[in-house]
Design a protein around this ligand. Structure first.
Ligand SMILES: [Zn+2]
Ligand SMILES: [Zn+2]
Length: 653
C-alpha cells in the first residue's frame, strides 16, 4: 500500500498509509489528542475524522479549543434533534438543520404542530441518544440510489436537496446515527464522531416555518435549540438570555414610558416625553463631542430625485430597501436611506481648495429604510431612524490624522457610557476599486492611526468593502452581549461617482477621499442598547427624570412644589408626585420608574428647609439642603458617573 505524507500545523510531518482516516493522524500524535478530536481540517476544508486521506495533505485536528468546534457541535446537535424527532414522531419529514450564532434549528413537516411538552420529550430522547454514544457514520451512496431511498421513505424534501446540492456528483454523503433504522439524513457534513461528544445542549422554542422560507411551500415546524462546548458555557448563555429578557428594551420602553409603536406606522417609534428627553440628550451629547472638534452640522433634504440615487448606485442596488414616492409632476423620488449622497451634493455645491480640507459634515436628520415588516421589532430593526452620521472629505495624506481624531471620539463616547468595545480593521478584498498602492497607503495610515490612538485591534484580512478599508467597533454591554455600533469606512468610489474635487497646492484638480463614520450608529438602536445595558436605570446625566419630590402628606405639598421648582430652575429634570398615596407606595413607584433620586419631604423637612434623599436602589442618603443636593447632583451629571451617588455598581457587595 502506498504511503502519504501529512503535514501538521507545527510543520512536522507523519507518514501514513494512503486511505487512512483523519483520525489516524490524531492517533499518531497522541492518545490524548485522539480522544479530544472532533473533526479534521484537511487542506483548509473541515472533514469527518472517518474521512480517508488519499494523498499528501496538510492536516489540523479540530478539538473543543478550535474556532470551528462550536459550529460543528451545534450542527451535529441539530442532527441529534432530527434523530429524536423522527423516532418519537413517525412520519416526520426532515428539512434542513443549520448551526446559527445562537445555536441551531431544524425544520420538520410533522403530523401535528409541536406543543411545549413535546420539547421536553424530544430533549430527553436526545440525551438518551447522546448517552448511548452512538457513531455518526458517514456513508457514500450512489446519487440515484440515495434519491430513490428517500423518495421511497416519503421524504421528497431530501430528494430535492440532493438534486440541488450535489449536481454532477456520482455519490452523495448520508449520515446515520447508530444505524439507518434509527436515523439517516442526507448531509454534506462534517459532524462530530459520535453522539457522546454532545452534552451541553438545550431546546429553546418552536415556531412556524415554511420550506425555503416561502409561504407558498408546505408549512413546517421549526425547533430552536442551543448547544455549547461545555455545561458552564451553556449555563452562562441561559443566564444571559434570562437577564436579557428582564432588560428587553421593548418591555422597559413600555414600563418606563419611553416609546410606543402603532401598527399604522410599522417600524417607526412614537417617542413619549421621557423618551424624547433621552433622545434629545443623546443628540446634544453628540453635538457636544463633534462640533467643538472640527465638525459642522448640516441638514440635507429627505427626498431626492431618482437621478441622485442612480448616480450613487442605490437605484440599481438598494432600491428595494427604499421608500419611493411620486412627485406632483410625475417625478420619481426616493426617500433617503442614508445621508451620504446629500452630503456629496452639498460638498460639490462649492469649489474647494486643499487648504479647507478636511471638511467634516455631521447630520442627525431622519432616515427611512423599507425593511420588511416581518423583521421589525422594538428599536433594533426600524424603518425610521436617525444616525450620528458624519462624512469627512480629506486628501489621501490626511487619512491617518483624520482617523486618529475619530478614534479619539469613539474612545471618549464609549467610556462615557461605560461600554467596553473592540476594534477590527477590514482590509482589501479580492475585488477592489482603484490601485493597490492607494490601498496600501490607506491601510498603513489606518494601522498607524490605531496604534497612535493606543487602540488594540484585530485584522479581518480581505473583509473590506470593494470601495475602501474600514474599522468596525463591537461594544459589549453589561451582560456580555456584543453589538456592532461605530464604523469608520473609507470610500474611493463615491468621490468618483459624484466627481468630487478640490484644487491642490499644484493648482490642479484632485479627488478627495470620503470617510463615512458613525459612533452611535443609529440613535434608535443605540438607545435600545443603552436601555438594556443599564437595565433602564440610566445614570443621572441620562435619566429622563433625575429626581422626584415626594410629599408625605397633603400639608407638605406646597413646600414640595417649591423644592421641585428650585430643582428645575437649577437645570435638573425634576418631578413632583402629587397623588394622594401613601409615601411607601410613592417610593416604590419611583423605584420601579428607576428615577435616580427621591426627595422625601414631611414635617421635619419643612421645618428645617431640607429634603430626605433616597437613591433608587433603596439607600437612604439622609437629609440635605436643596442647594446641597443640587450641587452634588450637578457634580454627578458633569462627571457622567455611570452610577448615582450611594448606589453600588452591579455585582458589588
Ligand atoms: Zn449535517
Ligand atoms: Zn455615509
Amino acid at each position: 500500500m502506498s504511503q502519504i505524507t501529512v503535514t501538521l500545523p507545527d510543520g512536522s510531518t507523519r507518514e501514513l498509509a494512503a486511505g487512512a482516516p483523519v483520525r489516524a493522524v490524531a492517533e499518531a500524535i497522541s492518545p490524548g489528542l485522539a480522544k479530544a478530536a472532533l473533526a479534521g481540517v484537511v487542506d483548509g476544508t473541515m472533514v469527518d475524522l472517518s474521512s480517508p486521506l488519499q494523498r499528501d495533505a496538510s492536516v489540523r485536528i479540530v478539538t473543543d479549543r478550535s474556532p470551528e468546534a462550536l459550529m460543528l457541535m451545534r450542527h451535529s446537535t441539530a442532527h441529534l434533534l432530527a434523530a429524536a424527532v423522527t423516532n418519537l414522531f413517525p412520519g416526520t419529514q426532515c428539512g434542513i438543520g443549520p448551526a446559527t450564532d445562537e445555536g441551531f434549528f431544524y425544520d420538520f413537516i410533522v403530523p401535528r404542530p409541536f406543543v411545549p411538552e413535546d420539547l421536553e420529550t424530544i430533549e430527553k430522547k436526545m440525551h438518551e441518544l447522546a448517552r448511548e454514544d452512538v457513531v455518526y457514520e458517514r456513508q457514500l451512496w450512489p446519487r440515484e440510489e440515495a434519491k430513490a431511498f428517500f423518495a421511497a421513505r416519503g421524504e421528497p424534501l431530501k430528494v430535492q436537496l440532493i438534486d440541488e446540492k450535489t449536481e454532477g456528483q456520482r455519490e452523495v454523503s448520508c449520515y446515520t446515527i447508530k444505524d439507518k433504522e434509527t436515523f439517516i439524513d442526507f448531509c454534506v457534513g462534517p459532524h462530530v464522531p459520535s453522539t457522546g461528544k454532545l452534552k451541553a445542549f438545550k431546546l429553546m422554542s418552536t415556531s412556524n416555518a415554511y420550506w425555503k422560507g416561502d409561504a407558498k411551500n408546505p408549512p413546517m415546524q421549526r425547533v430552536y435549540g442551543t448547544a455549547f462546548l461545555n455545561d458552564k458555557d451553556l449555563k452562562a448563555h441561559l443566564t444571559q438570555l434570562e437577564e436579557a429578557k428582564k432588560r428587553d428594551h421593548r418591555k422597559l420602553g413600555r414600563e418606563l414610558g419611553l416609546f410606543t409603536f402603532h401598527p399604522w406606522a410599522p417600524g417607526a417609534a412614537f417617542w413619549q416625553d421621557k423618551g424624547t428627553t433621552l433622545y434629545n440628550l443623546l443628540s446634544a451629547y453628540m453635538r457636544e463631542v463633534l462640533l467643538p472638534n472640527g465638525y459642522v452640522e448640516v441638514k440635507t433634504p429627505l427626498i431626492y430625485n431618482k437621478a441622485l440615487w442612480e448616480t450613487s448606485g442605490h437605484w440599481e442596488h438598494y432600491r428595494q430597501n427604499m421608500f419611493l414616492v411620486e412627485g406632483s409632476e410625475n417625478e420619481q423620488l426616493g426617500v433617503k436611506a442614508m445621508n451620504c449622497p446629500g452630503h456629496y451634493l452639498l460638498y460639490a455645491s462649492q469649489a474647494h481648495s486643499y487648504r479647507e480640507l478636511p471638511i467634516r459634515f455631521h447630520e442627525q436628520t431622519p432616515l427611512h429604510r423599507n425593511e420588511e415588516s416581518g423583521v421589525l421589532g422594538g428599536l433594533t430593526r426600524v424603518r425610521q431612524f436617525s444616525q450620528d452620521d458624519g462624512h469627512c472629505f480629506v486628501t489621501q495624506e490626511q487619512i491617518g490624522d483624520e482617523v486618529e481624531r475619530m478614534l479619539g471620539f469613539v474612545q471618549r463616547v464609549y467610556r462615557d457610557f461605560g461600554l467596553e468595545y473592540a476594534a477590527k480593521l477590514s482590509t482589501r478584498p479580492a475585488e477592489f476599486l482603484g490601485d493597490i498602492a492607494t490601498w496600501d497607503s490607506a491601510e498603513a495610515q489606518l494601522k498607524t492611526a490605531l496604534e497612535r490612538a493606543g487602540q488594540p485591534y484585530t485584522v479581518n484580512a480581505g473583509d473590506g468593502a470593494f470601495y475602501g478599508p474600514k474599522i468596525d467597533f463591537d461594544v459589549t454591554d453589561a451582560i456580555g452581549r456584543k453589538w456592532q455600533c461605530a464604523t469608520i469606512q473609507l470610500d474611493y468610489n463615491a468621490p468618483q461617482r459624484f466627481e468630487l474635487k478640490y484644487t491642490g497646492a499644484d493648482n490642479a484638480e484632485h479627488r478627495p477621499v470620503v470617510i463615512h463614520r458613525a459612533i452611535f450608529g443609529s440613535f434608535e438602536r443605540f438607545i435600545a442598547i443603552l436601555i438594556e445595558h443599564y437595565s433602564g436605570a440610566f445614570p443621572l446625566w441620562l435619566a429622563p427624570v433625575q429626581a422626584v419630590v415626594l410629599a408625605i402628606s397633603d400639608r407638605h405639598l406646597e413646600y414640595a412644589g417649591k423644592v421641585r421648582d428650585r430643582l428645575k430652575a437649577a437645570g435638573l429634570r425634576a418631578d413632583l408626585d402629587e397623588r394622594q398615596e401613601k409615601i411607601g407606595y410613592k417610593i416604590r413607584e419611583a423605584q420601579l420608574q428607576k428615577i435616580p433620586y427621591m426627595l422625601v419631604v414631611g414635617d421635619k423637612e419643612v421645618a428645617e428647609s431640607t429634603v430626605s434623599v433616597r437613591s433608587r436602589s433603596g439607600g437612604d442618603l439622609g437629609p440635605e439642603t436643596v442647594d446641597g443636593f443640587v450641587k452634588k447632583a450637578r457634580q454627578e451629571v458633569s462627571s457622567k458617573g455611570t452610577m448615582p451617588l450611594g448606589e453600588a455598581a452591579p455585582g458589588a457587595a
